[in-house]
Design a protein around this ligand. Structure first.
Ligand SMILES: *[C@@H]1O[C@H](CO)[C@@H](O)[C@H](O)[C@H]1NC(C)=O
Length: 129
């Protein structure tokens, strides 16, 4: 079930990406790690028509809706929330998600998203997904 919904969202992102020339690429498929170890999910983006891209990580816990986890609007922003952190690296065009010591309760689907700081808010990006 988790894989089916992930596939669906990935397809939607690719369609949006082609329409607007902007896209995100994140670590694909399932990542299995031991409790207490470091979690890294890579995300790189391409923003060809967005002057001021905003970057987001959303999380979807089993049986729940999407929740905003992290949001960065300025280059080199380092943001954190509930032990998760990510750095908006403009040179590497990346926004990798990290958590130092994962717990079983962190099992979820994680989505990297791209938005426009001028035209849209976090709400807008959420609606797009
Ligand atoms: C994730 O990003 C880091 C730093 O850019 C890189 O060293 C690593 O190889 C990447 N991992 C994957 C799975 O792409």
């Amino acid at each position: 079930k988790m894989n089916a919904s992930l596939g669906l969202v990935v397809v939607m992102l690719l369609i949006l990406g082609r329409t607007h020339g902007n896209s995100v690429t994140q670590t694909e498929g399932q990542v299995t790690i031991s409790e207490g170890t470091l979690l890294t999910i890579n995300c790189t983006y391409s923003a060809t028509t967005i002057a001021y891209p905003a970057l987001f990580w959303y999380v979807q816990y089993p049986g729940e809706g999407l929740k905003l986890l992290l949001k960065a609007v300025t280059a080199n922003d380092k943001v954190s929330n509930k032990g998760f952190e990510a750095t908006y690296n403009k040179e590497a065009t990346s926004f990798h998600l990290e958590k130092a010591s994962v717990q079983e309760s962190d099992s979820a689907v994680y989505y990297c998203a791209l938005g426009d700081t001028v035209a849209e808010t976090a709400e807008g990006a959420e609606r797009k997904l």
